[in-house]
Design a protein around this ligand. Structure first.
Ligand code: ZN
Length: 107
């Protein structure tokens, strides 16, 4: 009965990238040393996140072709934006000024 209600989207898709996919994304982006695909901070697999290029929240799949390997601050700031839209936004510019300083301080 509930499944027939109009406008209800039934989703059983996986939101998180599994460790294998995460590893592949990390290697694709950064070679031997895993780094955030956005800010470039060195990022061990246990700390890295399989991020969505086109957000899961908008109905996009957790597939390698829709993934990038990133750190939590970058993933949090991207939020529900598409990666390309995020990178063109004012929010991104402000975030990256702050983030670059943080990354520098961590070195
Ligand atoms: Zn990052």
């Amino acid at each position: 009965m509930e499944n027939k209600v109009k406008g209800v989207v039934v989703r059983d898709k996986t939101r998180a990238f599994n460790i294998g996919k995460k590893m592949i994304l990390a290697i694709q982006n950064n070679g031997a040393i895993p780094k955030c695909g956005n800010c470039g901070v060195v990022l061990p697999l246990k700390d890295g996140i399989g991020c969505h290029t086109d957000p899961w929240a908008h109905g996009n799949d957790t597939e390698l072709k829709n993934g990038w390997y990133g750190c939590k601050p970058c993933n949090d700031n991207q939020g529900k934006m598409k990666l390309c839209g995020w990178k063109k936004s004012e929010k991104y510019k402000k975030f990256m000024i702050k983030r670059n300083k943080e990354v520098e301080n961590d070195k």
